[in-house]
Design a protein around this ligand. Sequence first.
Ligand code: G6P
Length: 615
Amino acid sequence: MCGIVGYSGPQNPKDVIMGGLKSLEYRGYDSAGVAILHKGEFKRVRAEGKLSILQEKLINEPFDGHLGIGHTRWATHGAPVERNAHPHTVKGVSIVHNGIIENYLELREELARDAKARGQVIRFESETDTELVAHLIAYQLEITKGLLESVLKILPRLNGAFSILVVSKDHPDEMIAFKNGPPLIIGQAKGAVVVASDVQAILPHTNKVVYIDDFEIAHVKGESFRIYNSKGEPIVKPVVEIDWSADRVEKEGYPHFMLKEIFEQPRAVARALAPHIDVAKQTVSLSGTGITDAQWARVERVLIVACGTSNYAGMVGKYLIEIMARVPVETDIASEFRYRQPVMGADTLAIVISQSGETADTLAVLRQLKTLGVPSLSVCNVKNSTIDREADGHLYMNSGTEIGVASTKAFTSTIALMNVLALQIAKAKGRLSPEDEARYVNALLAAPAQMETVLACDKFFAAAADVLKNYKGFLYMGRGVSYPLALEGALKLKELAYMHAEGYAAGEMKHGPLALIDKRMAVVMLAPSDNLYEKTLSNLEEAKARGGVIIALGTVGNERLRGISQSYLTLPRAEWNVNPLLEAVPLQLLAYHVASALGHDVDQPRNLAKSVTVE
Ligand code: G6P
């Protein structure tokens, strides 16, 4: 949530900051702003709406200085209007902030009281919690005169999650960066320093970075920086060399990143599987992930925790692990798990899934599990993200950068990894015969090519979207491994098309959702030919009998299903464990095309953000 960038160096800060913000726009896009040194002052330019609006405003704005900060916002406190956009400036102190200051009202009252005692009145220009921090620092600066000293003074007073950059006109070659919670990374480039919420914004300048930890403070002066602990003592931090260059973030001819990412899925799934499969031997192995063979064999219970789309990938994992490895699996959404006083032990392996590796609730769960002594394995797309760094073991989606806010290729890559995990646990427990292992491995190896064929649904949904967009709602149904896919299909439509959609276990339909069905309700039925196919078919008949408009996804050659449905889309014949990978593609395309037909911004849906670093 919110992207922040700071730059101190010889280039025009406007170009570096705007370039950085562009790669951070996935974190929030309701308003944006910069404060850059010009004629001894930090000139502030802000705009409501997408970054492109700020970009236009900046075209003819000159800046003669070499220090600046920028922000792209996902509103928490205060409407997404210009006066609430960052930076917030108080008496020459400008700050950008990602997160929430939970005790801001209390601090605000305290500040107002102190000011009154001095015969002053504090005026707030915005409804944000951020402006308060600018006031606190400006007030401290009057006393201490030092920027670092002022931040050290106020830092213990702040509760909540925050990463903040501060500049001041009285210290025109200094910048302070500090955090508790959301990520903040600092890079040392040649003669320049770049600070940002995500390494993507730094990589065009340097791959040598330092990850600032909670309650540490980076003090940038000119072209270099030092890190201090919360007591103000200098500390030495490891410099991490990022081994990947800035990913290409271009649409490559596609109208949207999301469509490009949907089409990238066969490759992404192959990349996720590659490190763990021995093609010649037809075996899987999860060595080198940080979990030892003995630990795999000791697993008596698995817990999978995540948010949003990652949670649904985790639910697929539950079916796979329980069926293949016969180990009980519990799944939960992180925001619930963290407050329900869970009962866990060391025989549990906790799998935390987060493509960004920064989701606040998922990170909180990981930290909680550590205190309970539960070993953890992270499944992330972003290497060196906080969750990746803090977990005991690590698995990577290897999907490449995902720009579309609604996750697609990270989802299918995670499902591929859930398969590998299930096979690994089954093997470690002595519950997988070499024949079954080879069968599952071959099914997985065939999946990318099969996904390729399902991409042909693109044409169908592109043509059907104009009709589909007029339904009053969508009901998605499936059983077994297809049930989490029904939930994910509904989520995608909600996220992108802003339409009412619900995902349901098909067998549960008669306990409520059947009442919703009439001729204005589209029913998306996931009915691959697996062991639950006949049961799913009965549920489909029930929906049809109530007048629902049936869109069915079924295995090729299934004429019975074709007969029942208004629209029938075929999936290639596959093992049951691969069906979710195939089903994901048409569900994503349906949401994408309906949203496009409605004229929505599919890459940046309203009110959402890709990296949710607040609770
Ligand atoms: C946000 C995104 C979703 C994503 C969820 C969890 O809500 O919009 O696409 O599934 O966060 O993100 P994570 O990075 O933890 O997988």
